[in-house]
Structure formats: C-alpha cells, structure tokens
Design a protein around this ligand. Structure first.
Ligand SMILES: [Zn+2]
Length: 274
C-alpha cells in the first residue's frame, strides 16, 4: 500500500518566512506544502525550494476578499475573474496542478445568480488550458457552491476542496462530502467548536485548530474520505492564534513553528493511521 501523504498550508500566524517554513515542514515529516497566492508572491521560488526539500506543492489558494463581485454584474466581477486567472499562471510557475478557490464571501449572501456562470466557465477553461484543477471550497454560503457544482461538475477542471471545519461552523454540519465528494481533490483538515450561537454565522467560530482539539468527528471524517476512495494528500489548514473574542488556541502559545507542525502532523496521523 502506498504511504499516506501529508501537507500543511503555510503561514498559520508564525513570523517565519514561507521559505523558512518550507524547510521546517520537510523537517517535521510532511510530504507536501501549500500556500496562499496573491499578486507579487514569488511562488516560483517557493516551488523550487519545496522541490529542493523533497516536497510536493499541493496547491495555491486564490484570494477571495471580493469573490462576491463575480456574482454581480459589472466591471468589478470581470477584473476579479481576470485576477483569478492570473493565479492559474502562478500555479504553473509554482509547479502545482491545483488551485483552491472560494466561491463567495459574506455571511449574509444567499442569492446565487447565473451572472457568475460565464466567468466561472472562463476560469475553468483557462485552467484546463494550463492543466490545472480548480477546487471550489465549501465556505459560508453553501448555496453558491451548490450552484457552481451543479453547473460545472462535468467540466474537466472542476473539483471540490473539503474544509472539515467550515462544514461544522458554516454548513450546519451538513455532509458536504455526500454532496460533492465525488469531485474531491483537495482537503482542508481543521477542527473547531461549532457555532457559538446556532443562529449567527461568524468567522470567529472558524477556529482552524488541530484535528482532535475541537469537536469534529474525526473517525467519521476519515471514514467519509475512505468511502470516496480518497488517495490524495491529507492537508492541514491551521491557525496558531485564536479568532477575535475567542480563547481556543492557548495550548499552542508556547510552541515553535516546528513544534506546531510536528504536533499538527501527529494530530491527523492519529486518526488516519489507526
Ligand atoms: Zn479552508
């Protein structure tokens, strides 16, 4: 049987540069890394450093600060789509074939419209031309993801990114793997404590603590991955610090970046390799 591969999304609130963190990830025992992308990031050099350290570049994460404009008519949505497409070139430069995109931003947005379709089509066509897969992630506003997947799941570049924490604190623990698991290519494995107030969706509940440090059902998560014959990379997407108005990360305060990465790897291995 092939060995399980583990990855970590770099940054996490540590002061160490991405270059330094790549070396630490290799030292901690990971097989891959992932990073954010935005214009100006030297992902080509990060890709080189990752390869020098024997690591795969799991994916680039696209910006999502104005993703709602893609669903609205007007120039803003067109230029945002252009920017997202430049991120596909960055994937090629970095040497990764995976690009993670949120489909929406905004807790109060619940009205997807077909205005987004030509833009998403263009993004996916450009991705296919570069042999990049676009994994759309479950976030707040699941109705937007549902609409994208219903319309584009047959596109050769359309995939799904499962964020286990978002499922718990944004998607009311609906089984998003049952909905989109057939298209799964990327995992964001992270835990939290559910919704503080079940009537109020807030990113303050999106803790991104290590697997097992929150209330997610990790045996169930691993079972659902296996049910979909997952043989991709187990990727952790974590945060070192508590969200505003929350005190959830105290146990990480004294950990160095390397210690945090080691503890994180241990936390997911415990469930995957039991
Ligand atoms: Zn995520």
């Amino acid at each position: 049987m092939e060995k399980n591969r583990y990855s970590i999304a770099l940054g996490m609130g540590f002061d160490e540069s991405i270059e330094e963190q790549i070396g630490l990830a290799a030292k901690a025992g990971y097989q891959a890394i992932a990073t954010d992308w935005k214009e100006g990031f030297d992902v080509a050099s990060w890709g080189r450093i990752a390869r020098d350290n024997g690591l795969e570049y799991n994916y680039l994460h696209a910006p999502f600060d104005a993703m709602h404009t893609v669903w609205e008519s007007g120039e803003a949505g067109d230029s945002y789509t252009d920017m997202l497409i430049r991120g596909l070139d960055a994937c090629v430069e970095a040497g990764t074939e995976n690009y993670v995109c949120h489909v929406i931003i905004g807790m109060d947005r619940h009205s997807p419209t077909p205005i987004a379709f030509p833009r998403i089509q263009r993004l996916l066509d450009e991705a296919a031309a570069r042999k990049v897969l676009v994994a759309f992630e479950n976030t707040e506003g699941l109705e937007y993801l549902d609409m994208v997947m219903k319309n584009f799941s047959q596109h050769p570049s359309c995939r799904f990114c499962w964020d286990t924490g978002h499922e718990l604190c944004y998607n009311h623990a609906q089984d998003v793997m049952a909905m989109f698991g057939d298209k799964l290519s990327i995992t964001h494995l992270d835990d939290n404590f559910g919704m503080t107030n079940p009537n109020v969706m807030t990113w303050h509940d999106d803790s991104h603590v290590m697997p097992g440090d929150g209330i997610a059902d990790w045996e169930g998560i691993v079972r659902r991955l296996h049910r979909h014959n997952f043989n991709g990379i187990y990727n952790l997407e974590l945060n070192r610090f508590s969200r505003p108005e929350r005190d959830t990360h105290a146990k990480y305060a004294s950990m160095s970046c390397l210690q945090f990465m080691q503890a994180a790897l241990e936390s997911i291995r415990r469930f995957v390799e039991q």
